[in-house]
Write a protein that binds this ligand. Structure first.
Ligand code: GLA
Length: 387
């Protein structure tokens, strides 16, 4: 048995014996954090919104500083926010986010350069409201990418260059970029990004990559870029999870497939809804909307213990799987910090009370955080004994 497999097998036994690392094993509170344990296996990140970046909520900032070693901007670097009008950039929130990362000693990931959503109309339309020509769109893409990447050059480890370009069946999503430039818009975006900062990592980011057809098109895009001399540094798997979908196994299969293709993987937007839904295959399709009903908002006054336990178990299963693949996973980022500020309270149904993140409305870590830390410490102990 290979050393890593043996370690993992021992770990599985250890995890099975609930709470294998006793409280005496807990290191000082300072060290007993996600950042100091899990952060040794891959970057552990969180998406930050502009309010959090101001630092006015010192408790949230403290949670982020102690538990996460990487951050991504939840919205302020998207095109409509940062480049709202032709020739006019608004870097206020993005600069404040960068300052947050600097004072908390965090590695920054850029999100996102080319995406069909949060895309201002002016970007692809002319004065008469018609689509611009391919050449005009190319020039606008190049200018946008070089300006935004250029401003933070050397301070951002890598960018989600293209976000959500594909449908679940592996076809290209109908969007202005595709309509005007066809499939070519993706390699162009990667080339412009590479040109803007040749030292920066370049990611393709999408949801539902556990679906084989969708994944296969990503692999084709990667191969095409390789032929043009550009290496995709990692595939971002968003992982906005539902209670019953996708399975851990199907996400694991995708990670293994990417690894076999010589790729690194990042879990880029992790959250897990605790609520029932009308359709759990929608991944993170921001256009999906369903009508509110009390039947699908059942936990307005708090999560019953039994549901919370299932939520913790499912989240823990994903983290155990991520740890099994820490040779290929380079980052796991949660899409937000505390439940109250999660986008899942408003999507795909407005006005619900959801519980998708690692920290609750009370700002306390959920039990899964303790389980993850214990697991990592147990793993270190076993490794220490084997060495
Ligand atoms: C997608 C995008 C993110 C974010 C989420 C919802 O996953 O990549 O930027 O908009 O949807 O918040």
């Amino acid at each position: 048995m290979k050393r890593k497999n043996l370690t993992l097998a021992l770990l599985a036994v250890c995890i099975g014996m609930a709470g294998c690392a006793s409280s005496e094993d807990k290191q000082s509170a300072e060290e007993y954090t996600l950042r100091n344990t899990l952060g040794k296996h891959f970057l552990i990140g969180a998406a930050i919104n502009p309010g959090q970046a101001t630092g006015k909520d010192s408790l949230v900032e403290q949670i982020v500083r102690t538990n996460f070693n990487s951050v991504v901007a939840e919205g302020c670097m998207k095109m409509r926010a940062i480049h709202p009008e032709p020739g006019k950039y608004d870097f206020k929130d993005a600069d404040s986010f960068m300052a947050f990362a600097e004072r908390n000693d965090q590695i920054v990931i850029g999100h996102t350069l080319i995406w069909n959503s949060m895309l201002p109309d002016w970007f692809y339309k002319d004065d008469k409201g018609n689509d611009v020509s391919p050449d005009v769109l190319k020039e606008r893409m190049r200018e946008h990418i070089s300006t935004v990447v250029g401003r933070y050059k050397g301070k951002i480890k890598g960018w989600d260059v293209v976000n959500e370009a594909l449908n679940d069946d592996g076809t290209y999503r109908d969007c202005p970029f595709y309509r005007i430039l066809g499939e070519e818009y993706i390699p162009l975006a990667f080339m412009y990004a590479h040109e803007a900062d040749p030292g920066m990592e370049l990611y393709y980011n999408d949801f539902n990559l556990n679906i084989e057809a969708k994944r296969n098109t990503v692999l084709k895009i990667v191969d095409d870029l390789r032929c043009r001399g550009i290496e995709v540094s990692a595939i971002g798997m968003q992982c906005h999870l539902w209670r019953g979908w996708p399975t851990v196994e199907s996400v694991e299969k995708a990670i293994v497939d990417f690894k076999e293709h010589g790729l690194k993987v990042m879990i880029t937007e992790l959250d897990l809804s605790a609520l029932p839904t009308r359709d759990d295959k929608i991944g993170a399709n921001v256009n999906a909307k369903f009508e509110y009903g009390e039947d699908i908002d059942p936990y307005r006054d708090g999560l019953p213990d039994e549901v919370a336990e299932k939520w913790n178990d499912r989240m823990f299963s994903f983290f155990k799987m991520f740890l099994r693949h820490d040779d290929v996973i380079t980052r796991v980022t949660t899409w937000g910090v505390t439940d109250d500020a999660s986008w899942r309270n408003g999507w795909p149904i407005k006005g619900r009370t959801d519980y998708p993140l690692l920290f609750g409305r009370d700002r306390k870590p959920k039990p899964v955080v303790d389980s993850i830390i214990k697991t990592v410490l147990a793993l270190e102990k076993i490794n220490g004994e084997l060495n």
